[in-house]
Design a protein around this ligand. Structure first.
Ligand code: OGA
Ligand code: NI
Length: 345
């Protein structure tokens, strides 16, 4: 590629600083509970990480390590195929799941290709963001015929991460002083999606990003990454972009917009992005925990009172989600919807 494609170019203030920096990173939390560990200690570690960073890594998370290895191999095997093969399961306006090679974040093209699938197949979402439109759309997965075992590895891994997701939601509930199962009901018909991300080497890493700065719209995200590095988090204390250091066998966890609203901003959804490099390709595998489409999201009643009134108006999860994702397909002239649009000022 001789010419730099303008669609990928970030405005100057959003470009990456590619100098390597050593600064305080996000917390690393051991989830193993031996008889000597106090669950309250773990709960407070999780609570502090959610409050101070919105991001942390976990080890001894219960997702079998051989499966973690297998999913990384499967991701590479899928993306290594010729593009014509990958396009057989291409995502389009009708079918939102599958392979996609041109996503935009905040109207700038991301330097990546992805494969998306739902853990619940099919899942249901509103057909449009319009409030007066009650039509519900059925979303279902598209699976490639090759590589062999791809579907099986993806589905087995996703189910294991789903279990971890519930475990984390329980720890987060406890950390907010709520019963452990307080949030489970919102996920009965969840629209949780798993994504395989491939970031090829980029000839102009100082101009483009793998994923532009954004916040995740769901409740929680659990990311497996390889040893290349590139994910950066905007540190709450000083807004500096901090790299998330690849850590063997660890998974990266981040709080999404829904938890920010539920917790009435005790836990904030933090901005993050992915920096690319000119030498090596990178793979990452996020699972985005999304609610049942019909859930109305609002600050949890137990966490608001006269002295601390709700900071958000209730919104319908499905409508919000569909409105937000519209900009993936076409460049919109205006910034897409954010939870701040529901903020009570
Ligand atoms: C995302 C994301 C991080 C990564 O896909 O929303 O933030 O490391 N990915 O790929
Ligand atoms: Ni993200």
């Amino acid at each position: 590629m001789g010419e730099v494609d303008q669609a990928f170019i970030q405005s100057i203030e959003h470009r990456a600083n590619l100098d390597t920096i050593e600064i305080e990173g996000i917390p690393l939390i051991d989830l193993s509970l031996s008889h000597t560990t106090d669950i309250n200690l773990l709960v407070s570690e999780i609570g502090n990480a959610c409050q101070n960073w919105g991001f942390f890594q976990v080890i001894n998370h219960g997702v079998p390590l051989e499966l973690l290895e297998k999913i990384k191999v499967a991701a590479k095997a899928f993306f290594d195929q010729p593009v014509e093969e990958k396009r057989k399961v291409k995502r389009d306006e009708v079918n939102a799941m599958g392979y996609h090679e041109s996503e935009h974040t905040k109207n700038v093209r991301d330097w990546k290709e992805v494969f998306d699938f739902l853990i619940n197949d099919p899942s249901f979402l509103p057909a449009s963001p319009e409030t007066e439109d009650n039509e519900i759309r059925t979303l279902s997965n598209q699976w490639p015929e090759t590589p062999p075992q791809f579907r099986e590895v993806c589905q087995t891994y996703a189910r294991e991460v789903e279990k971890l997701g519930y475990k984390l939601l329980e720890l987060i509930s406890l950390s907010l002083g709520l019963p452990s199962n307080r949030l489970n009901g919102y996920f009965e018909d969840h629209t949780t999606m798993m994504r395989l991300n491939h970031y090829p080497p980029c000839p102009f890493p100082e101009l483009a990003l793998g994923v532009g700065r954004h916040k995740d719209a769901g409740a929680l995200t659990i990311v497996a990454q390889d040893d290349i590095g590139g994910l950066q988090v905007r540190r709450k204390s000083d807004e500096v972009w901090v790299p998330v250091k690849p850590t063997p066998n660890a998974l990266v966890i981040n709080v999404g917009d829904t938890i920010q609203v539920w917790s009435n901003e005790a836990y904030e959804s933090v901005e993050h992005r992915v920096v690319v490099n000119s030498e090596r390709e990178r793979f990452s595998i996020p699972v985005f925990f999304f609610l049942s489409h019909y859930v109305m999201v609002k600050p949890l009643e137990e966490l608001v009172n006269e002295g601390s009134p709700p900071k958000y108006k209730p919104y319908n999860f499905g409508k919000f989600f569909v409105a937000r994702n519209r900009s993936d397909y076409k460049k919109l002239e205006v910034q897409n919807i954010q939870i701040s649009d529901f903020k009570i000022i």
